[in-house]
Design a protein around this ligand. Structure first.
Ligand SMILES: [Fe+2]
Length: 197
């Protein structure tokens, strides 16, 4: 069974003007789709073609000879997770269990916001900023380069922010800090709470 490009959880213009429909056309319609197409191409005729996406990521992680499979499968997963981390008319203060978990881990939402933004802005080159739940249940901020994902190392991902240039170049040009600041108005706390549970 071929790997497929999941539907977006909202209309492509629903995040505009923070993230424009044109960005979604490229980021989802071209970049995310290309990862799916390349994964299908590279997995064809191998043990990977009958695996779930999650199993492909775990089986190929950390193996130099499987880099193409890992990069494309992880990028398919990371992007789907990113779209679900966003919602129209969302953001603001965290709600539900995630609010308390953030206070416990980072002192306050304001402190978390500062630390997460600094991590996202400071990630050198292409990559991702993550809020993760460690195996001991604590929350932590991580960044990963390129296609790397905390999911591959057994951590529970709670939220992510894509800081590849393709995520913001149309709307913010080279100004990653402006994109990171705008991202807070779209954070899907319902999704974060689901991942925390
Ligand atoms: Fe991306």
């Amino acid at each position: 069974m071929a790997f497929t490009l999941p539907e977006l959880p909202w209309a492509k213009d629903a995040l505009s003007p923070t993230i424009s429909a044109e960005t979604i056309d490229y980021h989802y319609g071209k970049h995310h789709k290309a990862y799916v197409d390349n994964l299908n191409k590279f997995a064809a005729g191998t043990k990977y073609e009958s695996m779930s996406l999650e199993d492909v990521i775990k089986a190929s992680a950390g193996q130099p000879s499987e880099k193409k499979i890992f990069n494309n499968s992880a990028q398919v997963w990371n992007h789907t997770f990113f779209w679900n981390s966003l919602a129209p008319k969302a953001g603001g203060d965290p709600k539900g269990a995630i609010a308390g978990a953030i206070d416990k881990a980072f002192g306050s939402f304001a402190d978390f916001k500062t630390k997460f933004s600094e991590a996202a802005i400071g990630q050198f080159g292409s990559g991702w900023a993550w809020l993760v739940k460690n195996t001991d249940g604590s929350l932590a901020i991580e960044t990963t380069p390129n296609a790397e994902t905390p999911f591959a190392t057994g951590k529970r991902c709670v939220l992510t922010l894509d800081v590849w240039e393709h995520a913001y170049y149309i709307d913010y040009r080279n100004a990653r800090p402006k994109f990171v600041e705008a991202w807070w108005t779209l954070v899907n706390w319902d999704f974060a709470n689901k991942n925390l549970a």
